[in-house]
Design a protein around this ligand. Sequence first.
Ligand SMILES: [Zn+2]
Length: 309
Amino acid sequence: MGERVALDAPLVVRFAGDIPSAQRWKVAELEPDVAGDGHWVDGATWSFTPKRWRQGRPQRVRLHPPGGEPVEWTFRARVPMPLAPAAGEGARLVLSFDDGPNDRRQADRLLDRLKELRIRALFFPSGRWAKTRPDWVARARDEGHRVCNHTFSHVNLTAPWMTDARITDEIARGAGDGECKLFRPPLMGVDARVERIAKTLGYEVYLWDVDSRDWEGGPAEDVLATTLGQARPDAVVLFHIHAEATYQILPPLAERLRQAGYVLSWDPADAPGSRVGAGGRPEWGALADRPTDAETSMADADLPGLGPP
Ligand SMILES: [Zn+2]
């Protein structure tokens, strides 16, 4: 089995000899467990067809042949093609970037890259970081992005010690370009009280539909696979300003999404007919089951300058 496999590629294991039926249930193990159809073709051959291999992260297989040495190997699913919007569906995909890097050049080159790629994004830096970079906030706004609120000090507003006054203060001192009224709570810390206070301050709570997992520091190719595999009309994608992998994948990501028919902008005016992009819409779990039309393998050559994660 190769290092990269199609999302629905079957796994076939041939043992050297017949496995007694009483032991078959424990000779092969998948980590993480995935849904699919597993059966014994004959006494020595086990075949498993997944509903879909785990995407963007390693899939491990462990074999424990009776009386033999355990065998283990890992593979990854190929980078999928994004699901294309159907006729009548909105085609907007909103890229959003949170937090703020210690290295100022990282934030600057991200703006450079978005400009080259003609992407209009949403930014949710902490107020504390944005305060150190008023030039960056102004440049982002001037280049067609929106800088929005992610609290002042990136705290979890649902922590037990948070009073109404502290929540109010954190949101009131959040970053903004004066035009964006979206509020993204750090660490998913949102409850009815946080939502009420945000609303009182004139903000709409804005989450995301697709977590690119770029905050995990995994390989760039996995961030690309995760994002493309879950892209769907009007979704909001979560990235981070400081994520090196995200910076690297933006060119192939934009290319593939545009090939599939997406418009990469927060602004509905750039994608007439688009529905919303309200973020955090609960129906995404249902949509995630829709099949991916096609897949493609991604050669290293597609990711110029891709270094170690
Ligand atoms: Zn954050």
